[in-house]
Design a binder for this molecule. Structure first.
Ligand SMILES: NC(=O)c1ccc[n+]([C@@H]2O[C@H](COP(=O)([O-])OP(=O)(O)OC[C@H]3O[C@@H](n4cnc5c(N)ncnc54)[C@H](OP(=O)(O)O)[C@@H]3O)[C@@H](O)[C@H]2O)c1
Length: 270
């Protein structure tokens, strides 16, 4: 497992499990299987209605001998009308997760009340309840404007990032503040058959790796953290098994050239 150091010196696994749509008993079992495979970072959200399942999977692992510090738990806040409402919302997430601390808390997307929400997050961060704080889906303009008002610079900006949308300008804009780009939907959520792309397939063959492994390896080699989602244990293993090879510069250049800098999702606003 490879770790990346955030701008506040907290260490974070470079790969974690995305948990969108992992809910109920099957969702919790998938999270427990991911722990068996070796995943330690889990990305959840209030919006996913699965914080209780994640909390239960972690509690079971702790009962089995693991430690809370072994895990990096990330979740995301929905909008709130005021700083006070955001504080209550953070407390609700802590309760749902059944945890005293959260390793990374993000604002799920730019909301009209983002600044008030972030003030609540800064306050919990200073108390040590949140180990790092950040944002999600803040494009270059939204990011640049937002950081102006932050006392604590966001550690992470979680955004759509994959071969067709590599977020090069945003990454560049975040460089000086050391805000880390974390990729959501590295496989474009299974839409559009990116894993069937012939260029990607032929590169993967040369390394005796799968297209999914090459996508994830390409992203982490650009210093981008990844949170691929799967409910299947064999794919959890496949997606995790990316630390025993490196892409050569020619292949990196070819993959970099697939970037269209266009979102594959209608609701985003980068
Ligand atoms: N901040 C945000 O607004 C935001 C938005 C979207 C997502 N996210 C986060 O990012 C995570 C990942 O994004 P995502 O869930 O949208 O999509 P994704 O990780 O790009 O792709 C998931 C899809 O790929 C399949 N898959 C996974 N591994 C595979 C492999 N090795 N080979 C072939 N297919 C594979 C999965 O199917 P199976 O499950 O059947 O294996 C699923 O259909 C989410 O779960 C969530 O935590 C955040």
């Amino acid at each position: 497992m490879q770790f990346i150091t955030l701008n506040n010196d907290v260490k974070m696994p470079i790969i974690g499990l995305g948990t969108y749509s992992l809910t109920g008993k099957s969702g919790q079992s998938a999270m427990s299987e991911a722990i068996e495979v070796g995943y330690r970072l889990f990305d959840s959200a209030q919006m996913y209605h699965n914080q209780a399942e994640l909390g239960a999977a972690i509690a079971n692992a702790i009962k089995g001998g693991m430690k809370r510090e072994d895990f990096f738990i990330q979740t995301k806040l929905l909008s709130a009308n005021s700083e006070d409402a955001a504080k209550k919302s953070i407390e609700k997430s802590l309760k749902a997760l059944n945890l005293d601390t959260i390793d990374s808390l993000l604002i799920h997307e730019p909301y009209a009340q983002s600044k008030a929400i972030y003030k609540a997050m800064e306050s919990f961060y200073k108390q040590g309840i949140l180990k790092s704080i950040g944002i999600s889906n803040f494009g270059m303009r939204a990011y640049t404007e937002f950081v102006e008002s932050c006392e604590i610079i966001p550690a992470i900006n979680q955004c759509e990032t994959h071969l067709l949308m590599q977020q090069k300008p945003l990454k560049e804009a975040m460089k000086s503040k050391k805000t880390l780009l974390q990729s959501w939907s590295p496989f474009i959520a299974g839409k559009g058959s990116i894993l069937e792309n012939p260029t990607l397939k032929s590169i993967a063959q040369n390394y005796n790796k799968t297209p999914a492994q090459v996508v994830l390896r390409f992203l982490i080699e650009q210093g981008i953290a990844v949170i691929p989602k799967t409910s299947k244990k064999h794919r959890m293993q496949e997606n995790f098994n990316i630390f025993d090879f490196a892409l050569n510069s020619q292949d990196k250049e070819i993959l970099s050239g697939l970037d269209t800098n266009k979102s594959s999702f209608s609701w985003t606003n980068y």
